[in-house]
Structures are given as C-alpha cells and as structure tokens.
Design a protein around this ligand. Structure first.
Ligand code: ADP
Ligand code: 5GP
Length: 199
C-alpha cells in the first residue's frame, strides 16, 4: 500500500467493554505489516484466553513498582485497583520495525502520551449507551461485579473527557461491530496513512 504516514502512534481509547481490543485485533489482522501492538504491563489477573506477552505482560505489583523505579515506563496509570504501564520498549520496538504503534490505554496514558514527542492520533471508541456497555461487560464475563461497577463509574468520566473535541481526533460509536470496524478502517487509512482512495 503506497502512503505517507502522518502519525507513528495510534491510540484506541474508551470505556472498558467499548470494544477497543476487538477492533484493534481486526486492524492488526488486516494490516500486520503496517501496525504493531504496544504490549502493556499490568498487575491485573489475566482473563480467560489472554496470553502473557501477547495481550499484556502480566506481572506482580512488586515487579511493576521495581520497573517503575528503574524508569522503564513512558507512562503508568492506576485503573480499577490495578497498575498499567507502557514501557519504552513496547513502543520503540514497534516503531523501529517501521510500523505504526497501536495503543490501548486510558485517559491518563493519553494525556501523558500527548505531552511527549509521539504526536498520537487518538480515536475514542464510544459504546452506544452505558446500558449497552454494562450488558457487554457482563456478557464478557471476565470481571467480578465490583470491578464492573468501577469500570462503569470510570466510563462516565471517560465519556465526559471525550465529549470535548480538543481531547480526541475522532469518535467511533461501536454499535454494530462491522460498521464500527469499517469506519475505523476508513479513518485510519485517510487520517493516519494519508491514503486518499480508501476502498
Ligand atoms: P475493551 O477492549 O474496550 O474492554 P472488548 O473488545 O473486550 O472491549 O469488548 C467487550 C465485549 O463486547 C467483548 O465480549 C466483545 O466481544 C463484545 N463486543 C465488542 N464490540 C461489540 C459490538 N459491536 N456488539 C456486541 N458486542 C461487542
Ligand atoms: P483492561 O483491564 O480492561 O484490559 O484495561 C483497563 C483499562 O486500562 C483500559 O482503559 C485500557 O485502555 C487501560 N490500559 C491498558 N494498558 C494500559 C497502559 O499501558 N497504560 C494506561 N495508561 N492504560 C492502560
């Protein structure tokens, strides 16, 4: 694909359960030579089906704190009682392969990334409603009830943050998955890869 890339980092940001990882996986599967995923570290427990070193680097809180002390991370955040962080290596290893680095990070991470030299393109993935978000979180069946409640509380703040146009580059409502992916694909091709003909 001939294009002149406008960004080296692309962030999908949005409430837990809004569909970020589903959409990211589709993008990575369709364009494996263009995008690479920034594998974060986290202290949360792996969900069923999640693979250490692929979805996340799952580590203990003590290990995470030691790595923070060693200045390994570009950014870290606490989310729903667990620590998350993007290591320098996670981003730089993707960029050094001449790929665009895809990140799935929260509001704190987005703000930090913007303050550094990465100049990310930020897409907010919005659920059709909080009610639908709650249904999807329950149906995913991966989080305990107290964690679902926290995730829904955080979702309200994330929706508020993303309602300000200056905070994100684009908003995609993930109602029908195929339609949301097709919109994501189009925006990414046009705005990130600077490709005029997006068919
Ligand atoms: P996130 O990464 O934002 O936490 P996921 O990608 O894990 O969200 O999606 C949350 C759940 O909702 C998953 O079970 C996923 O299969 C499902 N899901 C994602 N998009 C849709 C959609 N458009 N319609 C119905 N279910 C969806
Ligand atoms: P989950 O536990 O659902 O995988 O992720 C919870 C939240 O943490 C999501 O909003 C996700 O985007 C965010 N997250 C995942 N990795 C990172 C990271 O490295 N840094 C930051 N700041 N947030 C992250």
């Amino acid at each position: 694909m001939q294009s002149s890339r406008l960004y080296n980092t692309l962030v999908l940001f949005g409430p837990s359960g809004s569909g970020k990882s589903t959409l990211l996986k589709n993008l990575l599967a369709e364009f494996p030579n263009i995008f690479g995923y920034s594998i974060s570290h986290t202290t949360r427990q792996p969900r069923l089906g999640e693979i250490d070193g692929k979805d996340y680097h799952f580590i203990s809180k003590a290990e995470m704190l030691a790595k923070i002390e060693d200045n390994m991370f570009i950014e870290t955040a606490e989310y729903s009682g667990n620590l998350y962080g993007t290591s320098k290596f996670a981003i730089e290893s993707v960029i050094s392969e001449n790929k665009i680095c895809l990140l799935d990070i929260d509001m704190v991470g987005v703000e930090k990334l913007k303050s550094l030299s990465f100049h990310p393109f930020i897409i907010f993935i919005r659920p059709p409603s909080i009610k639908v978000l709650e249904e999807r979180l329950r149906k995913r069946g991966s989080d305990p009830e107290c964690s679902i409640q926290k995730r829904l509380e955080i979702a309200e703040r994330e929706l508020e943050y993303a309602s300000k146009a200056e905070h994100v580059n684009y908003v995609i409502v993930n109602d029908n998955l195929q339609e949301a992916y097709s919109k994501l694909r189009k925006v990414v091709l046009q705005c990130v890869l600077n490709k005029k003909d997006t068919e």
